[in-house]
Design a protein. Structure first.
Length: 292
């Protein structure tokens, strides 16, 4: 893509491949996407080799949707969220602490007109964490990546982790990604944060450095990532259909992602990469679950 081909910043659309068609090789797929987008073959052929799920191009909306339709028609899976779709999820609302209330989970917020809000657990559909589980720093292809509960604890909840819900779908989605087995070299450098996405589009965040962890009681003395593990377990015990994605540390962002600004985002305190990834991957899971 030349400078002249780059989409206007207000018309950026992120061509996202969830699964490549099984019936097409690289050369065939390249030809079809070149026809759909008008892009240079040398660039498209490199993008076609990217292992999904991934953003393979930032294009004008019409070109991105045309390319996504081609991939779908050939038996693959793709979608093309716009920058407006990403921004529509709104700012990250930082959580000071949580507790159970009569109407659901009560989020005590650091800022905002309402310092508390109650969320029905069934309305939480996606959670995204910056780092892998403390207990299982494994590759996404490992079906046990989400099994962080103790065998003597809540066995019913534990049995759900790593299979149909929670880390299960996330692991399946990333199972063929080009990732190293074992701990990612950058994992321990990432801050411990957990984004909580509600079906109405709101995004809440637990930052381990600024969160009370009162709900953990005597377990508050653990390491930050262990405490986030326990918070994830707590949420999962209340809403077992929630998808939990821990793969931000392995994500390869497209160029220019660091320049994207979500409304009210605090540049000094919010990693632009994670702000974007959290919203993009939430839209991805919603797209997959909708059957679109």
């Amino acid at each position: 893509m030349t400078v002249a081909d780059r989409p206007d910043k207000h018309n950026r659309t992120f061509l996202s491949v969830i699964r490549w068609p099984d019936t097409m090789d690289v050369q065939q797929m390249t030809a079809r996407l070149c026809d759909a987008t008008g892009r240079d073959e040398s660039i498209v052929s490199r993008r076609v080799r990217i292992t999904p799920p991934a953003i393979i191009g930032v294009l004008e909306e019409d070109a991105a949707r045309s390319a996504a339709n081609v991939i779908i028609e050939l038996g693959g899976s793709a979608f093309s969220p716009t920058i407006a779709d990403i921004e529509a999820l709104g700012p990250t609302m930082k959580i000071k602490d949580i507790h159970l209330g009569a109407e659901g989970i009560v989020f005590e917020l650091w800022r905002g007109e309402e310092r508390e809000c109650s969320i029905d657990p069934d309305q939480i559909d996606v959670m995204v964490r910056t780092r892998l589980s403390e207990a299982h720093l494994a590759s996404p292809g490992d079906s046990a990546v989400g099994l962080v509960l103790d065998p003597g604890g809540s066995g019913e909840v534990s049995a759900g982790w790593g299979f149909g819900g929670s880390y299960g779908l996330a692991s399946a989605m990333h199972a063929y990604s080009d990732m190293e087995s074992g701990e990612h070299s950058g994992q321990l450098k990432l801050p411990c944060k957990l984004d909580i996405h509600v079906k109405d589009g709101r995004v809440f965040q637990i930052d381990a450095e600024k969160f009370g962890f009162q709900v953990l009681g005597g377990l508050k003395g653990m390491r930050e990532n262990q405490k986030i593990d326990k918070i994830c377990e707590w949420f999962t015990s209340l809403t077992q259909r929630t998808i939990l994605d821990p793969f931000f540390g392995y994500w390869r962002p497209p160029a220019g992602i660091d320049r994207i600004r979500i409304p009210l985002m605090r540049v000094n305190n919010d990693d632009p990469g994670f702000v974007f990834y959290s919203r993009w991957v939430a839209l991805l899971y919603r797209h997959v679950l909708s059957g679109s």
